[in-house]
Design a binder for this molecule. Structure first.
Ligand SMILES: [Zn+2]
Length: 241
């Protein structure tokens, strides 16, 4: 069996499992009757969720179809907050159910963006954050972030504790945020959520959530503060304002 190491031309897909972007090709011969084996590639692209065909072409291994999402996705959704109160939790799926839908693989950027959009359409600002236990922080007038601070040698966080409005446990590896009155109208009960839920007062209005984990190069393990989402109040729901 011939074994060669070749560069991978991924055609925009994120499929390389080796840092140096090479794959190992195990070529069958007359004694070893096995199909050709190519190692060093994940089965699905982390961006588009597809499983591209790869072929040995000359001195490289090439994905045969281009990635539909080579630049990743920044997902922007809006949440109406007429009550001026947010329920902040990891998981509100018992109240906001977007179903399984016809989504791409949830492990891909595309699949996660589709779930973010579907949850927003039924009134829940949702976003994957990994196992990070982030917080909701106020960063200015009408601006917020969902972020994980880093700590210096003296245990001082990179985001001020006084600006932390809620912590988010990550049993689900996500945040879920809804308008309190909408949540109650749909049968939600904050007391039943227990200690993990926080109700946060904010000015009533429309809030835009810009979610970043689908962007190419997003680093969950960055040395600096990891910002999963920026939140901004974009319109006031008070007609007099
Ligand atoms: Zn792809």
């Amino acid at each position: 069996m011939g074994i060669t190491t070749l560069p991978l031309d991924s055609n925009g897909h994120v499929i390389a499992s080796n840092d140096d972007n090479t794959v190992t090709v195990y070529e069958p011969d007359e004694f070893v009757r096995l199909p050709r084996l190519i190692a060093g590639i994940y089965s699905r692209c982390a961006q588009c969720g597809e499983q591209p065909e790869v072929e040995v072409e000359g001195d490289a291994v090439r994905a045969q179809s281009p990635c539909a999402l080579p630049d990743g996705i920044t997902t922007a959704i809006t949440l109406e907050v007429p009550s001026g109160k947010l329920v902040v939790e990891d998981d509100l799926r018992h109240v906001y159910r977007c179903g399984d839908g016809d989504f791409a693989d949830y492990n891909s950027v595309l699949g996660q963006a589709q779930v973010i959009e579907a949850m927003a359409a039924i009134g829940c600002a949702y976003g994957p954050v990994g196992n990070s236990c982030p917080g909701l922080y106020r960063t200015g007038e009408d601006t917020y972030v969902i972020a994980s601070p880093r700590y210096d040698e003296d245990d001082n966080p990179s985001l001020p504790e006084k600006d932390r409005l809620a912590g988010i446990v990550t049993d689900l590896w996500a945040y879920s945020i809804a308008d309190l009155e909408d949540f109650k109208r749909r049968g939600g009960d904050v007391d039943a959520l227990g200690w993990t839920a926080t109700v946060v007062d904010v000015p009533p209005g429309t809030y835009r959530f810009t979610h970043h984990t689908g962007e190419v190069g997003f680093d969950h393990y960055a040395d600096d503060t990891v910002v999963f989402a920026h939140i901004e109040r974009v319109t006031s729901s008070d007609p007099a304002a």
